[in-house]
Ligand binder design. Structure first.
Ligand code: ZN
Length: 509
């Protein structure tokens, strides 16, 4: 007989419904699979038949045709095993389950019929809750925390094929509840705290602005000056995630197979710091159509330490997501895109030896070497960095003599207040933070007077800013004014924002 089973595949981070059609007819035993499956799906046949046999069913004693639709969607991975097994058992009338169309199946089977976890369950669950809320989602036990993150959805999470078949007879008795998953949600990520950082007021100020308005930053200074330490404190002052941001970021991590079952939906903004050997594919994604670092940093920070050590090609491919907030990949079977709206943070030495901007040690680099080193960071990339900060190296006795700084929690309060101002100003926008604004909106919200505007224009001319650089400078000024809770952007706000573009002016001209 004929049986149709619902399952799902991922395109980027989007869940696409897939139908598995199984037709069993009398005739010579055989098995054919159509609908553009890749090798993993072909191998599924062997796994599924073994698993069925180990549960005491017969495997393939009729003529069986399996079709997966839509046919033009590339289906990979082993997530269809469970649906395939249920379909084959139902089509050969070895099991009888009422209302099979109300269930959606995902999960990999082992040869002895255990269910193994698969990627992207949260994307499927969120999609179902939106478009087919009556569906019951059937996933492997190890994916249960992920599925119940979407609280409205009915979920069954068996450990084996046998447990699954029993559960389907009386689904009401085996629904998972969402409570257990959020037990561990109170445990916060431990990050460095700004109270441990002595001195460095200018760097702290710049990072506060970055956190408040989502502005990209670059820290330049001698080795050991504390660039990396300051950057590591940044997660502690970022504004809280909004609910939709949290769901979006968790879905991306789920699709990358990095869902943290202890914490459920992500509570704090991601902070990703890939090593400088990172390839283009690992930065922007594409390997097995999985999201890359830029997408994992979505709604958070992508921090590149030792910026000039990164491959030039890897850095250049970040330009497009920096402008559009999305990574677009062209693949043989169509285009996919991943959200990638992140704050780019970076740190570097001013020269190969590291001491070109240091008063206390001599730089041993030839001017040509320094020029070549700095040119690894291209003009267009530097143009997109709003806060360019030199980190002075301060003698230990001087810095430790001063008082320890404010705690991250205190700074975060100001950041959160500035963020709320931005949110209220652009209530209907998903991306309300100053760093993400378009030029037209920017003009409407500056509320500056003629004198301030003239001041900004003169500075732009003097510093030879590009149009993009000028707009970005104005956005930073808007954030500085938000931090002091002012409606109007005034001259001191602009003056501070302009000096954050100083490196670009000295390096590139
Ligand atoms: Zn040097």
């Amino acid at each position: 007989m004929f049986q149709r089973i619902r399952s799902a595949a991922l395109r980027g981070i989007e869940a696409i419904p897939v139908e598995i059609e199984v037709d069993s007819t009398s005739g010579l035993p055989g098995f054919s699979l159509v609908g553009l499956p890749d090798n993993a799906v072909r191998e599924a046949r062997e796994r599924v038949i073994s698993a069925m046999r180990s549960c005491g069913f017969y495997g393939c004693s009729t003529r069986m045709t399996v079709n997966m639709s839509p046919a033009d969607l590339r289906k990979e991975g082993a997530a269809f095993d469970l649906g395939l097994a249920i379909g084959m058992l139902a089509a050969t009338e070895q099991i009888r389950i009422a209302n099979l169309e109300n269930f959606l199946f995902l999960g990999e089977l082992s040869l002895d019929a255990k269910l193994r976890p698969v990627h992207g369950i949260l994307a499927v669950a969120a999609n179902l809750a939106r478009y087919a809320p009556q569906t019951t989602l059937v996933v492997p036990y190890e994916n249960r925390e992920e599925a119940v993150c979407v609280e409205t959805l009915k979920v069954i999470a068996p450990k084996t094929l046998e447990e699954c078949l029993n559960g389907l007879q009386e689904p009401e008795r085996v629904y998972c509840s969402g409570h257990e998953c959020h037990l561990a949600s109170a445990t916060q990520n431990k990050t460095a705290d700004f109270s441990q950082v002595y001195g460095m007021a200018a760097v702290k100020r710049a990072l506060e602005i970055s956190a408040a308005g989502a502005h990209n930053f670059l820290l330049v200074g001698s080795p050991g000056a504390g660039k990396t330490l300051c950057a590591r404190c940044l997660p502690g002052i970022l504004p809280a995630m909004r609910r939709n941001e949290s769901l979006e970021s968790t879905i991306i991590h789920s699709c990358a197979g990095m869902f943290d079952s202890c914490s459920g939906l992500m509570k704090s903004r991601p902070f990703r710091s890939p090593h400088h050997t990172a390839t283009v594919a690992s930065l922007v994604g594409g390997m097995k159509l999985r999201p890359g670092e830029a997408s994992l940093a979505h709604n958070g920070v992508l921090f590149l330490d030792e910026l000039p050590e990164f491959q030039r090609a890897a850095l250049e491919c970040l330009r497009q997501p920096l402008e559009e907030g999305v990574v677009r990949l062209n693949r043989a079977l169509g285009n996919i895109s991943f959200p990638a709206s992140f704050v780019l943070g970076a740190a570097m030495n001013p020269c190969p030896c590291g001491y070109a901007m240091d008063n206390r040690r001599d730089c041993r680099c030839a001017p040509e070497t320094i020029k070549r080193y700095r040119s690894k960071v291209s003009g267009p990339l530097l143009d997109r960095i709003d806060l360019q900060v030199s980190v002075p190296s301060v003698p230990i006795d001087e810095s430790r003599a001063g008082e320890a700084g404010e705690s991250s929690a205190e700074i975060q309060k100001r950041v959160e207040a500035a963020c709320e101002i931005q949110e209220n100003r652009l209530k209907d926008r998903k991306n309300f933070r100053n760093g993400h604004l378009d030029g037209k909106t920017l003009k409407d919200i500056l509320l500056w007077d003629r004198e301030a505007e003239n001041f900004a224009l003169k500075a732009a001319e003097k510093w030879r800013m590009s149009h993009r650089g000028y707009d970005r400078m104005l956005k930073v000024a808007r954030t500085i004014a938000d931090l002091r809770q002012s409606d109007k952007v005034e001259r001191p706000d602009l003056a501070e924002a302009i000096q954050y573009r100083a490196l670009e002016a000295t390096w590139m001209n």
